[in-house]
Design a binder for this molecule. Structure first.
Ligand code: ADP
Length: 260
């Protein structure tokens, strides 16, 4: 768990923030933001003080998933801003601050500078965890962000498809190269369970998460189903761990949070 992981990178910390957990993926659309939001809520349910920073410059989706798409962080001193509060989380997003299409054309240095600024100019207060939703991929921009943000540990989200798994391995290697400990892999869309008969089907293949986990010595922290309700809840801004706190999906996220 993060408490036992030594931090080897020596970047200036963020006052009041004890642990920064980066959520990453090799590919877009695998459920990285969904995981970041539900994990943040699950950590909160354990009694932790939790914030979430949406660093996905290419498609900031946290405002929508938290049900606050039109919120704007306020600044009374012109230098710092108050985070948005939603579902008991403190949140800030590049999506709150710039028009939807503006940030997507930023080059790496501009994007990482903007994020570094949002990270340090937000009045997070005392937080046990700040969950950071990284942009998908393992290029220069992800490395720069991961290095400018004093990351305690990282999680890699993948689907069981071979193409996604190959990119998940790239993600693991990227974090290792910059000395950020990898807490584990989360396999999303692992299977679909038929609502009528209960039959489970592995739509994107089977065993991928386990294979990456054993071949690259990282824990497989959880396997989440492809679930129509989950998708609807995220689209509506009522994330599953908050909307259905006793359901099997919330329990899976709580199990993951217990291992962070
Ligand atoms: P990423 O951050 O990797 O781009 P998102 O978390 O934004 O991915 O998810 C992409 C889309 O897939 C969203 O509409 C989300 O609601 C949906 N989604 C993610 N995980 C699941 C799942 N396990 N079951 C059903 N829909 C999902």
């Amino acid at each position: 768990d993060v408490a036992t992981l030594a931090r080897t990178n020596e970047i200036q910390g963020v006052a009041g923030v004890r642990n920064i957990i980066a959520v990453s993926s090799g590919k877009g659309g695998v459920g990285k933001s969904t995981t970041a939001v539900n994990l943040a809520l699950a950590l909160k349910r354990q009694g932790a003080r939790v914030g979430i920073l949406d660093a996905d410059v290419y498609g900031p989706s946290i405002p929508l998933m938290l049900g606050v798409p039109d919120a704007r962080p306020e600044s009374d001193d012109g230098k710092t801003m108050s985070p948005i509060e939603a579902h008991g989380l403190k949140a800030n997003s590049i999506g709150f601050l710039v028009a939807a299409d503006d940030a997507t054309i930023w080059r790496g240095p501009m994007a990482s500078k903007a994020l570094s600024q949002i990270l340090r100019e937000t009045r997070w207060g005392e937080l046990d965890y700040l969950v950071v939703d990284l942009p998908p991929g393992t290029g220069d921009i992800q490395i720069t962000i991961a290095q400018q943000v004093p990351t305690t540990a990282a999680l890699v989200v993948t689907t069981p498809q071979n193409v996604a798994l190959a990119d998940a391995v790239k993600g693991i290697n990227m974090f290792r190269k910059v000395n950020i400990p990898v807490l584990g892999v989360i396999e999303n869309m692992s299977y679909h369970q038929c609502g009528a008969c209960g039959h489970r089907e592995a739509l994107f293949g089977e065993g991928g998460g386990v294979r990456v986990s054993t071949e690259h010595q990282v824990p497989l922290l959880g396997q989440l189903p492809l679930d129509a309700n989950l998708c609807r809840q995220m689209d509506r801004g009522t994330p599953t761990v908050a909307a259905d706190p006793d359901g099997h999906i919330a329990r899976a996220y709580l199990d993951i949070a217990a291992r962070v």
